[in-house]
Write a protein that binds this ligand. Sequence first.
Ligand SMILES: *Cc1c(COP(=O)(O)O)cnc(C)c1O
Length: 398
Amino acid sequence: MGVYADLGLTPVINAAVTSTRVGGPLMHPAAVAAMAEAARSCVPLDQLEGAASAVISEVTGAEAGYVTAGAAAGLTLGAAACLAGLDLAKMERLPDTEGWPNEIIVCREQRNGYDHALRAAGARLVEVGMNERVAGAGVRRTETWEIEAAITDRTVAVAYAASPESQPPLEEVAAACRRHHVPLIVDAAAQLPPASNLRRFVDAGADLVAFSGGKGLRGPQSTGILAGRRALIMSVALQHLDLDEHWSTWNPPANLIDRDRLPGFPRHGIGRGFKVAREEIVALLVALRWFVAGDYQRADIPRYHEHLCRVAAGLADLEGVQTLLRGSLDEDRFPTLEVQVASRQSAFEVTRRLKMSNPAVYVNESGLYDGVLVLHALSLDDSTTDTLIKQLRAALTD
Ligand SMILES: *Cc1c(COP(=O)(O)O)cnc(C)c1O
């Protein structure tokens, strides 16, 4: 019996990736091994985060970095840093921000479920722009002047959700933020690969950038990276670390926390619930190293390609089913396979059948309105690919 079987569970075929609800992608084997090794001894978490900061700086070009409990926790901690700065009394009061500047500006068209993470710190979101293209009522996207016009003395940050399609251009937004001395928080959770994006948002002028550790990086699902300005990362550390010690004995790593700048230190802050374990931090840093070294380009993309080509070939004879492979071998992205079925209705029905089959199959549901099942290969191997083909054929022909 395996650990899941002991709990009465059967592992699923996860072609949905990088979805948290299906467990995310399989961790990089080097990260799994690092996790087991790190679990066998203890290190102080502040020193480990100090070491992580150095690694994150090196690979992102940011002044400092921090390993967070996922990108969403990174957004909450980043917002907390922008709200409280190095003001200890404010740190102790969060998420209560009544009476001080607490507004984060967001583009209406970029709003998404993760802005809850910003509000959780005590921020109030101020929307700018319209969503005319989706509404079918206009031709323009949000423009930088709209963000700039909303900046007031109540503004603590501008938040920006990064994707290849995001507007207004990040460089322009960053320049506007700089003119007004307001930090820019970028949610780049799902923007890896390409590895070049590790630097891109920092280079464009972002003050804090949040990445998921458990998506394309293939670190532990519960990890993330926050990269950015040293003072903001110091505030993050102060609001995250367990500081249940005495001022006279407290000796934090100097690259993370500048003790001389503080009149004292706070008790458990708003980030205390977003704990990251030492073995998770180590595993993420190992996964990050492999990623930056190009392992995903050399080893993973060709393997994922092969699995998806095999799935496409396995469905080729089915009537009314068409497949389209997105992402070629020389593109710096993970490939996906789109399976087009007869109608929107049948896309929903096939997805439902797959989830109820045994073993269950989870596909990405982003294309269902267009009658498309999107398949990812990050959690597939030879054997699960065979099972996936079998289950897809059954669900598509039932
Ligand atoms: C996945 C995702 C997050 C959350 O990341 P976690 O690492 O799961 O916390 C935040 N924002 C966006 C846009 C995402 O895709």
